[in-house]
Design a protein around this ligand. Structure first.
Ligand code: DAT
Ligand code: MG
Length: 167
């Protein structure tokens, strides 16, 4: 089944100069990159991205981490990959959430760490299921930033200019 999935190279991945390694590993999957950009993460974007973890004790640190405040690197690289079983393939390559439990050859197993404060610095984000992938892709990308008709859109007129937005 063709799927789309959101991948973020988190600030620790950027600081450690892992972008090239991660993209090389991702190419093993034979999936197609259909969107990519460097994005600054506002507090609001971080909050909505991790809204399912709001009640967790590590939530505030997690928001700080995603915004790059732990690494003095206030950006992430956001990408959408597309293809057969994209979500499962990328999750397997990413490895378990806890980098100490992740398969050593996975991206998180190879490059992640747990800080002394208990933050899982696990290098990349990967969508966990189709519903989350849709929610996350629509949160991080506009329709015209993706080289694929990912989800339903509608056209609105903003200041006299036509623009496609998520329906
Ligand atoms: P995943 O990123 O594997 O989908 P998740 O959605 O449950 O995992 O959690 C999002 C992020 O939150 C995860 O990448 C790292 C952090 N996190 C999760 N569980 C944690 C824990 N027990 N302690 C510290 N950070 C944690
Ligand atoms: Mg998740």
């Amino acid at each position: 089944m063709k799927q789309q999935t959101l991948i973020l190279i988190k600030p620790d991945g950027l600081v450690k100069s892992l972008t090239g390694n991660i993209l090389t590993r991702m190419s093993e999957t034979k999936l197609e990159i259909v969107a990519a950009k460097i994005a600054r993460v506002s507090p609001e974007l971080a909050q909505v991205h991790y809204q399912h973890l709001k009640e967790k004790p590590f939530y505030d640190e997690l928001l700080t981490y995603l915004q790059g405040q732990l690494h003095d690197r206030r950006k992430v690289m956001a990408m959408v990959y597309w293809g057969d079983d994209a979500i499962g393939k990328v999750r397997t390559l990413a490895g378990a959430t806890n980098p100490e439990e992740a398969e050593p050859t996975s991206i998180r197993g190879a490059y992640g760490r747990i800080t002394s404060k208990g933050v899982y610095e696990n290098v990349i984000h990967a969508s966990s299921n189709e519903a989350e992938a849709e929610r996350e892709i629509k949160l991080w990308f506009e329709p015209d930033e993706i080289i694929l008709d990912a989800y339903k859109t509608k056209t609105v007129v903003l200041d006299g200019v036509k623009k496609r937005v998520w329906a």
